[in-house]
Design a protein around this ligand. Structure first.
Ligand code: HEC
Ligand code: CU
Length: 290
C-alpha cells in the first residue's frame, strides 16, 4: 500500500513537472506571435456537468439524511443516562440516581445519553460505538447507541477543553445480563460502608477536584487543601474568612461567591452533583489534611 501511494505520487509529480516545463517552453511569448482566442462556452457540456452531479448529490443527501434521522430520533424505550461534562471529568447519573465517573450499560439495551456541560464545550466520543457529539453548556444534546458486545471500551472528550483535556478519558463497561444491576448494588453498598474521610477522598479523585486542588501543598489551578482547615483566608472583597464547614460547603455550591484573589474564577458549581453525604465527606477529608 505504502509503495503504491509513493509510486503514484512520484508518477504524478514527474508527470506534472514535465507538462509545466513543456508548455512553458512551447507557448512562451515570441515576437510576432499572436495569442489564440480560447474556447468560451459550450451549452451541452455545461448542462451535463451541472445536471449529473446534482442528481448524485440528491442521492448522497437522502442517504445521509436517513442515517441522521436514525442516529438522532429516540429509539423505543431507551434507558436515559444523564451526562455532565466539566473540566476535567465526566459524571454519569443512572436512572436510579446512582452516579459514577465511568459509564456502565447493560448489553443489548438501547441507551440515550442526555448530555450537558457546566463550563465549556466538551465532546462525548466512543470510537468503538461510532458516536461523537458535542456537549454544550446550558443546553442538552443527545447521543444514542445500543451496545451489542460485552466488554470495556474507551470514552474520550473530543473537544480541546483546557489543561487536562486529555484526562477526560474514562471507560465504558458493557455488562452481561445481571452485571449492570450488580454494579448498582455494589456501588450503593460501597458508598454506605465508606467513612466520611474515605468518601471525601473518593469525591476528590472521582469528581474531578484532583484536577485543580492538590493535597500536598503544591499549587494547582485552585488552592491546595493541605493545612487549610481552620486557617484564615483572604477573599477577593478584602475580608477574611475562616475555613470551616460552612465555608467549604459554600465553596462547593457557589465557588465564585467567596472568590479568592489570585485564582481564576474557574471552579464550576457542584450543586446537584454532590450529595450532602459527599459534601460532608469533603469537609472531613480536608479536615484530615494537616
Ligand atoms: C477547574 C478547577 C477546579 C475544580 C475542578 C475544582 N475546584 Fe475548587 N477551587 C478552584 C479555584 C480556582 C478555587 C479558588 C477560587 C474560588 O474560591 O473560587 C477553588 C476553591 C475551592 C475551595 C475553597 C478553598 C480555599 O482555600 O479557599 C474549596 C473548599 C473547593 N474549591 C472545593 C472543591 C471540591 C470539593 C471540588 C471537587 C468536587 C473542586 N473544588 C473542584 C478550582 C477548582
Ligand atoms: Cu472536555
Amino acid at each position: 500500500m505504502f509503495y503504491a501511494v509513493l509510486g503514484l505520487s512520484i508518477f504524478f509529480f514527474v508527470g506534472i513537472t514535465f507538462f509545466v516545463v513543456y508548455f512553458t517552453i512551447k507557448y512562451r511569448h515570441r515576437p510576432g506571435h499572436k495569442a489564440q482566442p480560447s474556447p468560451a462556452h459550450n451549452d451541452a457540456m455545461e448542462i451535463t456537468w451541472t445536471v449529473i452531479p446534482t442528481i448524485i448529490c440528491v442521492f448522497l443527501f437522502l442517504g445521509g439524511w436517513k442515517g441522521y434521522l436514525e442516529f438522532t430520533s429516540e429509539k423505543s424505550n431507551p434507558m436515559v443516562i444523564d451526562v455532565t461534562a466539566q473540566k476535567w471529568h465526566w459524571n454519569f447519573t443512572y436512572p436510579d440516581g446512582t452516579q459514577d465517573g465511568n459509564l456502565h450499560v447493560p448489553v443489548g439495551q438501547p441507551i440515550r445519553m442526555r448530555m450537558t456541560s457546566v463550563d465549556v464545550l466538551h465532546s462525548f466520543y466512543v470510537p468503538a460505538f461510532r458516536v461523537k457529539q458535542d456537549v454544550v453548556p446550558r443546553r442538552y444534546t443527545y447521543v444514542q447507541f445500543t451496545p451489542t458486545r460485552p466488554g470495556v471500551y474507551r470514552l474520550y472528550c473530543a473537544e480541546y477543553c483546557g489543561d487536562d483535556h486529555s484526562q477526560m478519558k474514562v471507560k465504558v463497561f458493557v455488562h452481561e445480563a445481571g452485571g449492570y444491576e450488580r454494579f448498582l448494588s455494589e456501588k450503593a453498598s460501597l458508598s454506605q460502608s465508606m467513612s466520611p474521610e474515605e468518601t471525601g477522598l473518593y469525591v476528590y479523585n472521582k469528581k474531578g477536584c484532583v484536577a485543580c486542588h492538590s493535597v500536598d501543598g503544591s499549587p494547582k489551578v485552585g488552592p491546595s487543601w493541605k493545612g487549610i482547615w481552620n486557617e484564615q483566608v483572604k477573599l477577593a472583597d478584602g475580608t477574611t474568612i475562616t475555613v470551616d464547614d460552612q465555608y467549604i460547603k459554600d465553596s462547593v455550591l457557589e465557588p465564585q461567591k467567596q472568590a479568592r484573589p489570585g485564582y481564576p474564577p474557574s471552579m464550576p458549581s457542584f450543586a446537584g452533583q454532590l450529595s450532602e453525604r459527599e459534601i460532608a465527606g469533603v469537609i472531613a477529608y480536608i479536615k484530615s489534611l494537616k
